[in-house]
Design a binder for this molecule. Structure first.
Ligand code: IVH
Length: 672
């Protein structure tokens, strides 16, 4: 067979196999035997082996899993991946419907199941799957394409005439049957059982070996479509259209999806699934109600993280009774005290529960908790279990009531409770050890400065050794000091810490701002502020009114920011961090130039830069059509090197003949 004939045959076989795959996994109506299927697959494998250039990443042969993935690059979502507002009563759903209808008049709704799995974004170019990305923080997620290709209900190539660029979103799940099978296998191998299908799907998608992923039998449903020119103005029609392109979509004849003209239809759907959910082969935890008409959706708009045009109704969580053995009072990073119930272990929704949160003093009083009580523990979805009630009939004679402490259990300072706030605080911000160490832990955390090598225990040890008293002290640490700590502080681990600290100097401003740990300034708010204010200098000088002028910043957050900068201690820390070279203003990109100038080129970015943050450079590369890789290979076009790029990397680049450029040269490439 010559190359031309082989190419034709490869195309034929690929189409046939993908069609049979679809018939088997999506339609559940196979028309050939497994043996015949294997036979075609073998022929394709043989041809791809003989003519390697004919093997494409979307070949049906890739369903069994390609090469090991070393890391999952972070990629930005083209459209943010929002979440849904949850409701737990039919009354709240009715309120939602009334709210929508008040604003938009009578509208049609679509109802779907709320699948309890892992959200995934699937990007297709000219009908070919090019990327599968996790939700991540909603703005950027992890590229897990190689693993996604093994999910057989996800088409590798679309049929019909899909738009050149489209993104379908949905949920990846593991069925109960596959979950049980996997656990049975784990039992046999003497390994610990997995807790529930959702965690197992999430864990599976992060495995480095796609071949293992392929064996786990993951599946998916599509619930969303994004493309420049939407085929229909109706969500229901768009989902149906996705089905025609080969996606697995919810089946209306099984009432996985339905349209509703008003509250009655919605309640009927909820009531139906309240019963029927117990017989489903997959995990679901509620139903989702969405406005069908895309124009009405636009009219209704979005909140910070969720649309106004949809709501999830969650079925009541599972609960069980168990004994309360004690209560612990923990001190958090902001000094907030959280009571934690210590429970007699109990199996709940697939996990063993030993601890539960009790929110505050009011909650303890309201429940009238006594030690030794039989309490009702509830697990709402993935959240930490909570205590929802006490069985008074079973209270042991002479049981002592749970008392809220008047003083901080860690430093003895009298606790305070601000007016209108439910929580008690230890006000000893700069002297209460757990507050100090947790602030530092927060600072070094993955979503903040991401200083690898430093975590809870190491921070604690450095604090005990009096090497750090606040976050700025980290930047004065030397490897000698760490080595001197003795056992457990080896050459390699201490070097990693020092390198991690150095690398954190290029963390973008929005994360630095989050890392500072200003009360009420979480990840999302920090991002908003960083992008709209631009620098810490401007932020520090802003009045309450100016602050509340920023979207998302209300009176409480604004006051908290003002308090933070009002404290001399904080201003000193910021000054020292600035001196240490941290990024205190927004870098280039994503607002930077966009072009296709770097198309086809692949970059590795290494070291610390003067004018850019490392993430800024990576974003700029991607914004201009280039790719960013983690390690230098023959495929790398350029290494963008900053100060202190490691000698090993330099040698590797030289050895492979990869050109090393500095940030000025890089800037010229973009401007050219
Ligand atoms: S729509 C803006 N539909 O729930 C719309 N989400 O809380 C966002 N989910 O991350 C998603 N079933 O993982 C939608 N039928 C469904 C869903 C669903 C499950 C999950 C999804 C999302 C989360 C949002």
């Amino acid at each position: 067979m010559d190359h031309g004939q082989a190419a034709t045959r490869v195309r034929e076989l690929s189409e046939q196999l993908e069609r049979h795959n679809h018939l088997y996994y999506v339609e559940a109506t196979p028309v050939i035997s497994d043996q015949e299927f294997d036979f075609l697959m073998k022929e394709l494998e043989a041809l791809e082996k003989q003519f390697p250039d004919l093997a494409s990443p979307n070949s049906p042969t890739q369903r069994v899993g390609g090469d090991i993935t070393k890391n999952f690059p972070t990629v930005a979502h083209r459209w943010p991946m929002l979440s849904l507002d949850n409701s737990y009563s039919r009354e709240e759903v009715a309120d939602f419907v009334r709210r929508v209808e008040k604003e938009a008049g009578p509208v049609r709704f679509v109802m779907e199941l709320k699948y309890d799995g892992v959200a995934i974004s699937l990007t297709y170019h000219h009908g070919e799957l090019v990327r599968g990305v996790t939700r991540g923080d909603g703005e950027q997620g992890e590229d897990i394409t190689a693993n996604v290709r093994t999910v057989r209900t996800i088409p590798l190539r679309l049929r019909g005439n899909p738009p050149a660029e489209l993104e379908a979103r949905g949920e990846i799940l593991m069925g109960f049957k596959e979950f049980e099978k996997l656990n049975a296998q784990r039992d046999e191998e003497g390994e610990e059982r997995f807790a529930n299908p959702r965690n197992t799907s999430a864990g599976t998608l992060k495995l480095q070996d796609p071949k293992v992923v392929a064996k786990r039998g993951l599946q998916n449903y599509i619930y969303d479509l994004y493309t420049g020119e939407m085929p229909f103005r109706s969500h229901f029609e768009n989902i149906r259209q996705c089905g025609e392109w080969g996606f697995r979509t919810p089946d209306p004849t099984k009432r996985f999806i339905a349209r509703a003209d008003g509250i009655e239809d919605i309640m009927a759907f909820i009531n139906y699934w309240d019963q029927a959910r117990h017989h489903l082969p997959i995990a679901m935890d509620g139903v989702v109600i969405k406005v069908d008409d895309l124009s009405v959706r636009e009219e209704l708009g979005l909140r910070a993280k969720s649309p106004r045009w949809a709501i999830a109704y969650k079925f009541p969580a599972e609960n069980k009774a168990t004994r309360l053995n004690g209560v612990e009072f923990n001190v958090g990073r902001t000094g907030a005290i959280t009571p934690v119930a210590l429970l007699e272990p109990v199996e709940l929704a697939g996990t063993t529960v030993k601890r539960a949160s009790i929110h505050n003093a009011d909650q303890i009083a309201k429940l009238d908790l006594h030690l030794g009580d039989m309490v009702l523990v509830e697990k709402g979805g993935e959240i930490i279990p909570k205590i929802t009630g006490v069985d008074l009939a079973q209270r042991p004679a002479g049981a002592a009531p749970v008392r809220y402490p008047a003083n901080c259990p860690e430093c003895g300072t009298p606790l305070v409770r601000d007016e209108g706030e439910a929580q008690h605080y230890c006000p000893n911000e700069h002297g209460c050890p757990p507050q100090i160490t947790r602030r530092i832990e927060h600072f070094v955390g993955r979503k903040a400065m991401d200083i690898g090598g430093l975590g809870g225990e190491t921070v604690e040890a450095l604090y005990q050794a009096k090497l750090i008293r606040n976050v700025a002290d980290l930047y004065d640490l030397t490897q000698e000091q760490l080595l001197a700590l003795g056992k457990g502080w080896g050459e390699r681990s201490t070097q990693l810490i020092i390198e991690g600290i150095a690398a954190s100097r290029s963390v973008p401003f929005e994360r630095v701002l989050f890392a500072l740990g200003i009360r009420h300034v979480g990840e999302t708010v920090a991002k908003k502020i960083a992008r709209s204010v631009g620098s810490i200098d401007r932020l520090e000088g802003m009045s309450q009114e100016e602050l509340t002028g920023i979207g998302e910043v209300g009176e409480v957050i604004a006051a908290s920011i003002r308090d933070f900068f009002a404290a001399e201690g904080n201003r000193q820390i910021v000054a020292r961090l600035r001196q240490a070279g941290l990024v205190f203003e927004v870098g280039t990109a994503p607002e930077g130039p966009r072009s296709e100038r770097l198309k086809g080129m692949s970059f590795v970015v290494s070291g610390v830069f003067k004018n850019f943050t490392r993430d800024g450079i990576k974003e700029t590369i991607e914004a201009n059509g280039g790719k960013v890789g983690g390690s230098i290979s023959r495929k790398t076009s350029f290494v963008v090197a900053g100060a202190d790029m490691g000698p090993a990397k330099k040698a590797k680049a030289d050895e492979l003949g990869v050109k090393v450029i500095d940030e000025e040269e890089f800037a010229r490439m973009i401007e050219a």
